[in-house]
Design a protein around this ligand. Sequence first.
Ligand SMILES: *[C@@H]1O[C@H](CO)[C@@H](O)[C@H](O)[C@H]1NC(C)=O
Ligand SMILES: *[C@@H]1O[C@H](CO)[C@@H](O)[C@H](O)[C@H]1NC(C)=O
Ligand SMILES: *[C@@H]1O[C@H](CO)[C@@H](O)[C@H](O)[C@H]1NC(C)=O
Ligand SMILES: *[C@@H]1O[C@H](CO)[C@@H](O)[C@H](O)[C@H]1NC(C)=O
Length: 509
Amino acid sequence: MFPTASLISLCLLAVVSAQQVGTNMAENHPAMTSQKCTSSGCTTQNTAVVLDSNWRWLHSTNSTTNCYTGNTWDKTLCPDPTTCATNCALDGADYSGTYGITTSGNALTLKFVTGSNIGSRVYLMANATNYQMFTLLNQEFSFDVDMSNLGCGLNGALYLSEMPSNGGLSSANKAGAKYGTGYCDSQCPHDLKFINGQANVVNWTASPTDSNSGSGSVGTCCNEMDIWEANMNAAAYTPHVCSSDGLTACTGTDCGDGDNRYNGLCDKDGCDFNAYRMGDTTFLGPGKTVDTKSKFTVVTQFIATGGTLSEIRRLYVQGGKVIQNSASKISGVSGNSVTDSFCNAQKTAFGDTNSFETRGGLAAMGKALARGMVLALSIWDDHTAGMYWLDSNYPTTGSASTPGVARGPCSTTSGDPKTVEANQASNSVTFSNIKWGDLNSTFSGSNNGGGSTTTATTTTGSTGPTQPAGGSLPVWSQCGGQGWTGSGTCVSGTVCNKQNDFYSQCIPA
Ligand SMILES: *[C@@H]1O[C@H](CO)[C@@H](O)[C@H](O)[C@H]1NC(C)=O
Ligand SMILES: *[C@@H]1O[C@H](CO)[C@@H](O)[C@H](O)[C@H]1NC(C)=O
Ligand SMILES: *[C@@H]1O[C@H](CO)[C@@H](O)[C@H](O)[C@H]1NC(C)=O
Ligand SMILES: *[C@@H]1O[C@H](CO)[C@@H](O)[C@H](O)[C@H]1NC(C)=O
């Protein structure tokens, strides 16, 4: 997750009762089933989603007086962090009416703008009081996504944060996970109204561009695994690690703000794999190898070697075909998955600071995955950087021909929040069919993608150019296709497999 999200505060309705708990509206979590899988099959889980507390109506425990309106705290109810937490209550949410959040069976749709609300963030619940914890070391996670109605400047995100399973429920926070408390991520966001049961009122500054948001002096940091940050034009998956375990409140340098970006607790840049940024501009998008005009499955495998996370592998399934992730075409960077050596080579090739490695790299990410993380799903626009780091050139003043600058085909003005909120209000993203469990247990499909018709049982590259075996191109590298300027043949044990006219890849024989 790069910067922060947009929020809402409401002002309606009648009377009540840390975040204390309000009783104007009953909190009913929309049901969304998911599945837990092993090699012998999948079992349906009766999970549900909960709206993050920051989007909720926060009002006096004794009345409907707002504790927070627009992007400002009520000074009488909230003179300091503790008094505010005692005086103010979070209330139940009208998911579809106010926030544009709907579920059906195993699917969740998040609409971008609904009335005066902008964006949303929900978490998967195991039951009424606890988040579903995901312990994914040496496991895999898959889901289907439909981004056909999600344009430039928006991010339909699915990711893991190392939040507490009960949302930090305590004598100071009586709301807990049931009301979506306890958020944290690797950007150490300052826009959270409560952190560890204390209101973030000290030096709160209203956002100059976002009428619903602001920032306090305290940030909330934790390890984050971005499984999916995307719109129809670009997608990235990105581990981000911190030098602290679990939710850690930060102030000052530790938050890594501004010039201290690389001095904080967390690795804000992460190690991203975005096919477009890695030089394959034809892999994912409308009409491309992974066609974002229709739904597809995203599979992420967290492969451990000797108990240590060594690789984060990505596969897609669309139209019954398994599509291997595209391989890097950047000079000096090889592979089609995230490994420490991929990250180090990429940081060098792009001239980026390697704060991922200095915070512990994949091994640190693996430890967080083993401890357990919470699943967040969100739709948001970007008041800090216009989402250009995901779908356009970034920095926006950089040349698209400089390796690492081009991340997607969107223009360097497409992500202005004002325009996006006005013109793409009806945009939405649908996530469905969430499954997790043993490696290779959550998906199936024939073992080649992008329009070829051979199946997993095929042992020779019948659809690829005929090439002698025993070459030097490693598994998953490109080995052919119109416009390919490389040379060489696939290493033995792999075959050159045609995925489409533009892309052939060395796949395991
Ligand atoms: C709310 O009511 C409680 C109990 O009646 C009282 O102690 C407290 O001072 C009231 N709070 C405010 C902000 O009026
Ligand atoms: C909810 O789930 C948590 C975590 O799995 C578990 O510890 C707790 O006992 C469950 N609570 C109920 C009421 O089922
Ligand atoms: C709040 O702002 C004041 C004035 O700029 C500063 O002295 C103080 O350190 C800040 N407090 C925190 C907790 O950041
Ligand atoms: C998963 O499938 C891949 C490709 O068929 C195979 O290389 C890998 O060994 C499998 N992993 C496990 C744990 O079965």
